[in-house]
Design a protein around this ligand. Structure first.
Ligand code: PMT
Length: 429
């Protein structure tokens, strides 16, 4: 047996619980880890014990609750806990805990353990929306992200006191699955889609930012059963939304695609059909966004007078008169708030760069991601894409054929560069 009666090779997790209402959900995380064969040592802050009883954790965990730097027989419990851990998981992580950890304070057993460990650390923040969005909290998380700390971002939902919004602790099943994945323990992790939760280290560079992404091909009704559509699957737009969420952004995806998001995704999804619906949905969310990315393939034309009855053969071949749809992107550009970075996409088949530069000007965007949709493996429906990112000011970034996830990350690398330069207001000549 290894230390504490632990079989050799059994992974050991320090489960830190700080003082928020979501502390009761850590009980479920604890149970899931123990059920998966993990040795769990609960470390509660003093505030945590106001929300959940020590006895509950002690009954479920592999060892009794640890709470204080001073009440163990061993004089340096934090060193032992930190050194022996294969993972330190903090759920919930309050704004206070995150702040103390980022500042390098070791004022209680949990923060001392966090500083004393070389094991991977995962924080699962939970707090009220205003606190979650506060620049101090986001800056602290960015600092910790740069140091390799991973974050399972909170979701949206009901919060303490009847409020609702961002800041709700991630689902305990997801938290446990992230921990098991990092520990290499299969089983419970299988079946939980962890895209967006495992490669956060150092990349929370969109934390505190609101990002809106559009995706998919709009459907313009011809009659109640038919529509004019296009070949967009939504894959590129959904990859962009998930990439932004992975990097810590608060993401709204306005999508005309039925493609699913990963099960644990914190992305807020707004389903639309036609260009008009997409325009309305974007008008509601774009004004509050720091970044808007239009990856949707919006129809340029729609039937002028869709029939309210099914068109039937007996009535002969219908004559369909088309009318232009609104240019959503150009409209967003004229109404955008100061500092917002606006990104368009362009699906081209010829004169790709010349048409791209002209489109960047015409639409009034900061960045235009041009894809030659005739190139093998690029554009519609593929899992891969090959793009050139054109920027106001003349910068060009070529992205060779790679996954749509990877393309999305390069797009956000350039978006972040623009954000830190102050966005459109300062870039326009
Ligand atoms: O969805 P996938 O199968 O993954 O394919 C990805 C993609 C090829 C659809 C994507 O990479 C892409 O290129 N999207 C933009 C397609 C497009 O509509 O391009 P465009 O050149 O027609 O339009 C230029 C820009 O104006 C786009 O940002 C578009 O969203 C916007 N637009 C276009 C028409 C319109 N009425 N309103 C708009 O806002």
């Amino acid at each position: 047996m290894a230390d504490g009666g632990r079989p050799p090779g059994q992974p050991r997790v320090v489960l830190g619980v700080s003082g928020g209402i979501a502390a009761y959900k850590a009980v479920e995380v604890c149970r899931r880890l123990v059920d998966a064969g993990v040795h769990v040592v609960p470390v509660l802050t003093r505030a945590a014990t106001r929300f959940v009883g020590e006895a509950t954790f002690s009954a479920l965990a592999s060892e009794p609750v640890q709470r204080s730097l001073w009440d163990e027989a061993s004089p340096i419990p934090h060193t032992r806990l930190g050194q022996q851990a294969d993972l330190v998981l903090v759920a919930p992580a309050t704004a206070d805990l995150i702040g103390r950890y980022a500042a390098g304070l070791a004022s209680d057993l949990l923060t001392a353990t966090l500083l004393a460990t070389r094991a991977p650390v995962v924080l699962c923040p939970a707090m009220h929306t205003e606190m979650w969005e506060h620049p101090a909290v986001q800056e602290n998380l960015r600092t910790l992200g740069r140091r390799g700390v991973r974050v399972v971002p909170p979701g949206e939902g009901r919060l303490a006191g009847g409020d609702s919004g961002a800041g709700r602790l991630a689902d305990p099943a997801t938290i446990a699955a992230v921990a098991l994945e990092i520990l290499g323990v299969r089983g419970e992790a299988a079946g939980v889609d962890l895209a967006g939760h495992l490669d956060l280290a150092g990349h929370l560079d969109l934390a505190g930012r609101r990002v809106v992404v559009s995706a998919g091909g709009t459907r313009e009704p011809l009659d109640p059963v038919r529509y004019l559509g296009n070949r967009s699957s939504g894959k590129q737009g959904h990859a962009l939304a998930e990439a932004a969420a992975r990097r810590g952004a608060d993401v709204t995806l306005v999508t005309a695609s039925s493609l699913p998001l990963s099960t644990a995704s914190p992305v807020r999804r707004v389903a639309v059909g036609s260009a008009a619906e997409m325009e309305e949905a974007l008008a509601a969310v774009a004004p509050q966004a720091d970044v808007v990315v239009m990856a949707a393939a919006v129809a340029d034309f729609r039937p002028k007078a869709p029939s309210d009855r099914k068109l039937v053969k007996e009535d002969g071949v219908p004559e369909v008169v088309l009318e232009p749809t609104p240019d959503i992107l150009a409209g967003l550009a004229t109404r955008r708030p100061a500092g917002q970075v606006l990104v368009g996409f362009a699906a081209e088949t010829h004169d790709v760069l010349a048409r791209g530069w002209a489109k960047l000007e015409r639409k009034g965007v900061d960045l235009l991601v041009v894809n030659d949709v005739t190139a093998p493996g690029a554009g519609f429906e593929h899992d891969t894409n090959q793009v050139v990112i054109l920027e106001r000011g003349g910068r060009v970034t070529e992205v060779p054929l790679r996954s749509k996830d990877a393309v999305a990350d390069v797009v956000f690398d350039r978006v972040i560069a623009r954000l830190s330069e102050g966005g459109e207001e300062r870039k326009r000549p």
